[in-house]
Design a protein around this ligand. Structure first.
Ligand SMILES: [Zn+2]
Length: 155
């Protein structure tokens, strides 16, 4: 098992935990320059009544507050490819690298126009391509495992 897969499996476990807490099945974590996990965040859309409570946006907000605002040098690992909103949050945070498991296309195949998650079909690479600084994106990886927390969730 590679370090990438190990960290993505942790993000998938966080997604499973989010579902267990009554939220949507998404999880993300941040590693520092040495590759150690520095922060983790679950989706909190349902329990916090916050439509912006996606795992990646929660992670950026919490980590930036704790670290003084600049997340450059950190890598974000997420169970599912960041949506356009989260890609924006990642862009503004200074995060330099994003690694995801399940692709947005595979998520869309599961959610379609689901009222709680009408997936935005705007891949993170496309959002970042319009920015003024480079963000490295890697993924998808281990999509079968990443799909597991979504099984039976979206009806
Ligand atoms: Zn999002």
């Amino acid at each position: 098992m590679t370090a990438t897969e190990e960290l993505l499996r942790r993000a998938i476990a966080i997604a499973t935990s989010a579902r267990g807490h009554g939220n949507h099945p998404f999880g993300a974590l941040l590693t520092d320059a040495a590759g150690a996990i520095a922060f983790e965040a679950e989706n909190t859309v349902v329990t916090e009544h916050d439509p912006t409570g996606h795992a990646e946006t929660n992670l950026v907000r919490n980590a930036a507050r704790a670290l003084g605002g600049d997340l450059s040098g950190y890598t974000l690992y997420t169970s599912t490819e960041p949506c356009a909103m989260c890609s924006g949050a990642i862009y503004w945070s200074g995060i330099s690298r994003v690694v995801f498991a399940l692709s947005e296309a595979q998520l869309y195949a599961r959610t379609g126009a689901h009222p709680e998650n009408p997936t935005l079909q705007l891949p993170s690479r496309e959002v970042f391509a319009h920015g003024q600084r480079e963000i490295r994106v890697e993924g998808p990886f281990i999509e079968d495992e990443a799909a597991a927390p979504h099984k039976g969730f979206w009806g």
